[in-house]
Design a protein around this ligand. Structure first.
Ligand SMILES: NC(=O)c1ccc[n+]([C@@H]2O[C@H](COP(=O)([O-])OP(=O)(O)OC[C@H]3O[C@@H](n4cnc5c(N)ncnc54)[C@H](OP(=O)(O)O)[C@@H]3O)[C@@H](O)[C@H]2O)c1
Length: 237
């Protein structure tokens, strides 16, 4: 069983992954901005075994919170061998953005790129000792091709994909395997304003949770680097 950090576990894909991996018996350390969001849910610390379940404050825009979360996890579980990066934000920004949208672009950079980078960096020395650690990153189809007017979101996800490749390069000899999961639309809050495409035909968060669970079963020699999930036909990817 693994000792897993999951960011963005309060909602959406991160929460679905946490619920599945908890049932399967892994030790989970969940990073959330407001721990009160989990009260009276299956992820409430009060209804879980404290030896294998931890909820800690984590804000991807605050570098110090990442270090504190990692340290508390190691103090509790003695090791970390898996990170699943789910915290992320979505904003539409045109190429010709307005001055007041500069903050949105900076936030996308901070949360979608620097967040996973710093968290991985803070946990690296622990990931490096197990010889079979895993890093799973929720990237996006927007990290593989740029569609429509999603300039800033896509820029952040292309950068995140590049970061995944570097993590893979630097972690390979240490047995760290990286998987970039690249979905199109997933039926979560993030896609709630998408009306041109039925929600039930989008990728479902529980299916991504199943993919993560399967990934954690695979040996170092068989972990895919990239999983592209199309819910609509795209001929280029
Ligand atoms: N849904 C899609 O269509 C889709 C498609 C492709 C890729 N993805 C990617 O998948 C990941 C998860 O998306 P989702 O669909 O689950 O989105 P979601 O339902 O909107 O959930 C986003 C999660 O990220 C957390 N988060 C946001 N800002 C944060 C910050 N500054 N620090 C820490 N946590 C923060 C949120 O926490 P709070 O509850 O505190 O806000 C929430 O737990 C994201 O990286 C997203 O880009 C999603």
């Amino acid at each position: 069983m693994r000792k897993i950090l999951i960011s963005g576990a309060s909602r959406g894909i991160g929460k679905a992954i946490a619920l599945k991996l908890l049932k399967e018996g892994h030790s989970l350390s969940l990073g959330v901005r407001r721990s009160e969001d989990l009260i009276n849910t299956a992820l409430d610390p009060k209804s879980n075994n404290p030896d294998r379940f931890l909820v800690h404050t984590y804000d991807a825009t605050d570098q110090k919170s990442s270090k504190k979360w990692v340290e508390k996890t190691v103090e509790t579980f003695k090791k970390i061998d898996t990170i699943i990066h789910c915290a992320g934000i979505f904003k539409r920004t045109n190429l010709l953005f307005n001055d007041n949208e500069m903050t949105d672009i900076e936030n996308l950079w901070k949360v979608n790129v620097m967040g996973p980078w710093i968290l991985t960096k803070d946990a690296w020395k622990y990931l490096s000792v197990s010889n079979s650690s895993r890093i799973i990153v929720l990237v996006s189809m927007s990290g593989k091709r740029s569609k429509g007017n999603l300039a800033s979101y896509s820029m952040s996800k292309f950068a995140l994909m590049s970061l995944c490749q570097t993590m893979r390069n630097e972690g390979w000899e240490k047995g760290i395997r990286v998987t970039a999961i690249c979905p199109g639309w997933v039926n979560t809050d993030m896609a709630k304003e998408i009306n041109h495409f039925p929600k039930k035909e989008m990728t479902q968060k529980n299916d991504i949770a199943s993919i993560c669970s399967n990934l954690l079963e695979l040996p170092n020699s068989s972990v895919p680097f990239e999983i592209a999930l199309n819910c609509q036909l795209e001929t280029t990817v």
